[in-house]
Design a binder for this molecule. Sequence first.
Ligand code: ADP
Ligand code: MG
Length: 389
Amino acid sequence: PPPHDPPRIHRLDESVVNRIAAGEVIQRPVSAVKELVENSLDAGSTSINVSVKDGGIKFIQVSDDGHGIRYEDLPILCERHTTSKLSAFEDLQSIKSMGFRGEALASMTYVAHVTVTTITSGQLHGYRVSYRDGVMEHEPRACAAVKGTQIVIENLFYNMIARRKSLTSSADDYPKIVDLLSRFAIHHKNHGASTADVHTVAMSSRLDAIRSVYGVSVARNLIKVEASDANSSSSIFEMDGFISDPNYSAKKTTMVLFINGLYLELYVFSSVLNRRNNKRIRRNNDKGKHTLLFFFLVSFFSCFAERLVDCTALKRAIEIVYAATLPKASKPFIYMSIMLPPDHVDVNVHPTKREVSLLNQEVIIERIQSTIELKLRNFNESSTYQEQQ
Ligand code: ADP
Ligand code: MG
């Protein structure tokens, strides 16, 4: 054909489409860990155990003690768009689970080898089955199993050579996974705590969690913040959390943000998550031969996690307040929990579900900015006063 003829358009192979889509949902090992832990939380687990090898590229295992998966559902478990969490579009408004797209497990099978072991309550034995490209590789095999589900992801991106190379040659995902699990672990709050006393206890234990995850130097320099906007009809929100005071110094902003949902209480069960250990393990892991264990104990009092999310606009807005209020502006540490009516949160923005947008976002952000500004100014004044004495 002459060179100026337009190229023919053809339909992509389904397997190509699926692999491209999968690579977007599972961008790196840490995305797989996030999806698996969220599934475990959605399954009502009280204990979740995460192991990774080589920053997750070689091996990721997440075991939980949740409700398990029915035998009858195993054949479609890893097909795209199969889920137990959503049936009608309208359900999205009131969704309490962290997943709902039915894409995570499917995606993993298009870019890795996935093996599921699961047992539901009252059964004498469990089942184990491996998946490839959305389908079972064989009939489920009966096996011994303890309560819940164990999912193993092996050889991530084995069929995406470039991605695999870039991930193994750059710094691996181990620190990202630690950070992710820390964010899950830090957020624990007493569900239904209404009296002042209980509230204080819940707050101080949250401070403990921050201390054990981010270290004393962070926990020592925090100010408690609270804001709400319950009377204006346009926006109803409640915010509480901790922000770093002017004595804190860091080159990068740390923001742990939770929005809505029921409460989760995750306790750091082992000391693996304390700073010193992190460093040690990180070094070992650099040599590329370490398997790690994290244990989380989810409190029995509550059953769901709040969504752990990103809201870039809010983060920027807070950074601006710090830069404007503090002369030697350090980047802030922010732990924040925001409660809003569920239909004011759009979780549908992106398939990885991390970035959210909020209804009346500007109003909320302004209110949070002014609260933080006031806190920082007050802190400056009171410490000047102390210095003079
Ligand atoms: P989603 O979480 O969006 O529903 P996933 O692909 O992550 O989609 O999971 C598909 C389905 O598999 C879930 O809806 C759930 O029913 C089931 N599932 C996945 N992981 C677990 C688990 N750890 N325990 C129990 N069920 C699970
Ligand atoms: Mg999921």
